[in-house]
Design a binder for this molecule. Structure first.
Ligand code: ZN
Ligand code: ZN
Length: 357
């Protein structure tokens, strides 16, 4: 017969074992894991309230005007700062590039996603902030645009590097590296994401003068009139092909190139069927204005049109053809399209947090 002491110690032991198994089982299930971690999380947050929160930088918090302003007393020597690995490295990368924020946003904290570890710091951002950062840091250089880069976790576009970690169907962690290459206004980034041609220099008031000109042909012939021409000085390294227009790639371009083509066929070819040409100085503004104008002219105005434009015929044809071929040379490679190199559907739907390193 076992002694009473032995029995009682055995029952105590089996009690310990049973509770350990229950504890282990709890820890091994998802729900149990969440219960334990949320308990630990609550305890930690109760001791250090800052661990449960994170800062935010949303597109709506960026102020109108230039997204980067020099001379911020908190950021002396604001250009060309390399990424420095360490805690809150976004303070140099993201916030060194886009630094024109609503002051209230700079101090705002929110409760961070429960999926994120309490011990690490994060910054809650949105997609437009990331795309604005890419437009301002991407660099033409030795990188070769190549399609199907979505499979990679790190996208490298010259100086801009974006590491993407999917933490769940609706949570993505990003890490940014990149130095300021150019400053854009908030309005221009908006327009780039809304069907504007991806030109390094804002074509507003030059070849895209009035509302809707981005869909017309003026900016195509303006590209054709540039001399000397260097692709790197004309286009952004990457662009968003975000408009609805036929099914082809390069829709931002085709929409305007088709317009130019129609005008050549419907106006120019008809008017100059029997062509005498003469030379005259190129009137760039007139040519651009014409291709931003209506795509047809009334038959009654054809004779006058022919008389006015005859001296410019060779230049117009050259600008139209050269502008289109320069565009095609730019967008023929799918590696420049954000929709081909970033998991855009995921980034549009998920909560995006920056992590440090
Ligand atoms: Zn600066
Ligand atoms: Zn970092």
């Amino acid at each position: 017969m076992p002694s009473e002491n032995f029995l009682s110690s055995l029952s105590a032991y089996s009690g310990v074992i049973a509770s350990s198994i229950a504890f282990g089982a709890l820890a091994l299930t998802d729900r149990g894991g969440r219960l334990l971690s949320s308990t630990g999380r609550r305890a930690r947050v109760a001791i250090q309230p800052g661990d449960g929160t994170c800062g935010t930088r949303f597109w709506s918090d960026a102020l109108d005007g230039p997204l980067h302003q020099c001379g911020n007393p908190w950021q002396p020597g604001c250009h060309g700062k390399p990424h420095v690995p360490g805690s809150r490295c976004w303070e140099v990368t993201l916030e060194g590039v886009i630094n024109h924020w609503d002051p209230q946003a700079l101090t705002r904290l929110e409760v961070k996603s429960q999926t994120l570890p309490v011990a690490r710091q994060f910054l809650h951002v949105d997609l437009k902030v990331i795309l604005g950062f890419i437009f301002m840091t991407a660099k033409h250089g030795r990188w070769q645009p190549e399609g199907n880069r979505i499979a990679r976790s790190t996208l490298d576009i010259g100086s801009a590097k974006i590491n993407i970690q999917k933490m769940g169907p609706d949570l993505v962690l990003l890490h940014l590296e990149g130095q300021l290459e150019r400053t854009y206004t908030k309005d221009y980034v908006h327009r780039l994401l809304d069907g504007y041609p991806p030109l390094l220099k804002d074509p507003g008031n030059d070849s895209v003068v009035k509302k809707g000109d981005e869909k017309r042909g003026g900016w195509i012939v303006a590209i054709g009139l540039v001399w000397p021409y260097e692709k790197k000085e004309m286009f952004l390294p990457v662009y968003s092909d975000c408009v609805e227009y036929k099914g082809r790639r390069g829709r931002v371009f085709w929409r305007s190139m088709d317009r130019v083509r129609h005008m050549l066929v419907d106006i120019w070819a008809k008017a100059f069927a029997a062509d005498p040409t003469a030379k005259r100085d190129i009137d760039r503004a007139n040519i651009i204005d014409h291709f931003n104008g209506p795509p047809l002219i009334p038959a009654s105005q054809e004779a006058q049109f022919r008389a006015e434009w005859a001296p410019l015929l060779p230049y117009v044809l050259l600008a139209a053809v050269r502008g289109s071929t320069r565009c095609i040379a730019y967008f023929k490679n799918p590696g420049r399209e954000l929709e081909h190199i970033l998991p855009m559907d995921l980034l549009k739907s998920a909560d995006l947090y920056l992590r440090d390193c």
